[in-house]
Design a protein around this ligand. Sequence first.
Ligand SMILES: Cc1cc2nc3c(=O)[nH]c(=O)nc-3n(C[C@H](O)[C@H](O)[C@H](O)COP(=O)(O)OP(=O)(O)OC[C@H]3O[C@@H](n4cnc5c(N)ncnc54)[C@H](O)[C@@H]3O)c2cc1C
Length: 367
Amino acid sequence: MKYDYLIVGAGLYGAVFAHEAKKAGKKVLVIDRRDHIAGNVYTEEVEDIHVHKYGAHIFHTNNKNVWEYVNQFAEFNRFTNSPVANYRGELYSLPFNMYTFNKMWGVVTPEEAAAKIEEQRLVAGISEPRNLEEQAISLVGTDIYEKLVKGYTEKQWGRPCSELPAFIIKRLPVRLTFDNNYFNALYQGIPVGGYTKMVWNMLEGIEIRLGVDYLEEKETLDALADKVVYTGAIDAYFEYKLGVLEYRSVRFETEVLDKPNFQGNAAVNYTDAKTPWTRIIEHKWFEFGTQPKTVISREYSSEWKVGDEPYYPVNDKKNTELYQEYKGLSSSQEKVIFGGRLGEYRYYDMDAVIASALEKCKDELGN
Ligand SMILES: Cc1cc2nc3c(=O)[nH]c(=O)nc-3n(C[C@H](O)[C@H](O)[C@H](O)COP(=O)(O)OP(=O)(O)OC[C@H]3O[C@@H](n4cnc5c(N)ncnc54)[C@H](O)[C@@H]3O)c2cc1C
C-alpha cells in the first residue's frame, strides 16, 4: 500500500485527521470531489473580501483544547456575532435582550421587560402548546413571536408555524441584559485571512488531489491505502440501498456592490414572511473590512433533493432510524472510518467536528 490513510473529504474533519496522522508519521492522501479544500467552511476571495461560499461561519467554542488547537493554524480576530433583525424596516437587536425589549415596548429596566413578557404570556393563556406557534407565544408572548419569530421560522421550514411541531422550539433564550452577543461562548472569532488559509495550514505537507470523487473510483482508490477515512454522505457510500437521508438546503445569491457599506453588519435577518430571503450576509464585516466594494449573499431556505448541496440533516424519527440502519451497515466496513457531518448524518458546529476528529485520532493513532 502506498498510503496508510486515504482521507475522503478535505473539510474540517478530514483536515484534522490528516494533520494528526501525518504528525504520527503516517503516509496520507487527501481527496475531495470539489475543486477546493476546506469543505463547507471554504472562503473564496472576491474583491479582496473572504466570501463564505457555503454560508456564514463564525467560530465559537467553550472548549479550550479546541480553541488552542485551531489557534495553531490561524490567528483569530475578535469578531462577535451580533445579528440584527429587520421586520418591515424596523430594526431589532438579536438575540432577544434589553435592546430588543426597549425598541419593542419602550421598557427601560429588566423588571419592566420581564413583566411585559409575562403579561403577554398570561394573556395568550396557553398551558399545553400544540404546535410551534403556541409554544413560541407561551415562551415569549405575542409581540416577539409576531415580529421576530413567525415569518423567519416559516421561511426556514417552508410551512406555517401552526403546522410545525412544538418541540422544534424547546426554549427561546431571553436575556435581561444589554448584550447582543449571539453565542454564549468563551472563545469566538474569525480566522484572519479566511478559513481556507487555516485549512491549508492544517494540510501543509500532505498530498491532496482535488476534483476526485471517491465513489466513482472506489476500487482503485481503496487499493492505495490501508484505511479510509470517509467524510462523505453515509447513504451515498451504500448507494442509497436502504433509502435516502433527507436534508434541508439553502440557496445563496451573491452579489458584488459598488459601494463600501450595504447594511452595516455581517448578518441581518429578515423576520417578516413577505421578504423571500431569510437573511443577508455582508461578508466584509466578519473581518472589519475597509475595501471600496462589498459582497452580499441573500440566503433562501429551500427543500432538498438528491444532487442538491446537503446542509442541515432532518433529525426527525424517520431519518434518525434510517441513519441507525446505515450505521449498522458501516460496522461491516472494517477498513473504513465514517466521520464528520455527512458521514455521521449529524449537525456539528465547527468546534464539535474538530473535537470529534481529535477523539477519533486518539483511538486510531494514539495522538
Ligand atoms: C449554512 C451553515 C452554516 C454554518 N455555520 C456555522 C457557524 O457559524 N459556526 C460553526 O461552528 N459551524 C457552522 N456550521 C457547521 C460547519 O459547516 C461544519 O461543522 C463543518 O463544515 C463540518 O465539517 P466536515 O468535514 O464534517 O464536513 P464538510 O465540510 O462538508 O466536508 C466534507 C467534504 O467531503 C467531500 N466529499 C463528500 N463526498 C465525497 C466523495 N464521494 N468523494 C470525495 N469527496 C467527497 C465534500 O466535497 C466536502 O468537501 C454551519 C453549517 C451550515 C450548513
